[in-house]
Design a protein around this ligand. Sequence first.
Ligand code: OFO
Length: 163
Amino acid sequence: MIDNKMLDALNRQVNEEMKSAYLYLAMAADFQDQNRPGFASWMKVQASEEMKHAMKIYGFIEERGGKVVLQAIDAPQDNWASPLKAFEAAYAHEQFITDCIHKLVKLAREIGDLPTEVFLHWFVDEQVEEEATADEVIQKIKQVQDSGNGLYMLDRELGKRED
Ligand code: OFO
């Protein structure tokens, strides 16, 4: 049976992951509204990744005999001034999530919950990738942002993302 403090913290992380999905879906909607279907599609793929993260923790809570308790999700921001601003916000959000995951690892260590600590290692690695991916798109946008054609080509490239 999982410790109550750890259970609450994992339930909060389920909420954070679902919030991430919500944020990226809002970005997808804004990109679609700005006629950037490739950026929108990239964000939809990202949102579905976030739901997988949420469900991975959801499943782990069940496996440990805990109860999943869902919490409210506030409405996310619904527009961004430019693709660069949106991806900078995504990058900052991923840094926040990294911090949440590291705090969970510290809590697991503090209370000696080895299974949770080992389970969270996947998320520690994943966050390195999540930050790198967002930063990679930021760098690409910076290279082309002054050229309408460059942004159009980048939109086409990002639209190819499948997972
Ligand atoms: Fe974007 O990694 Fe989960 O939240």
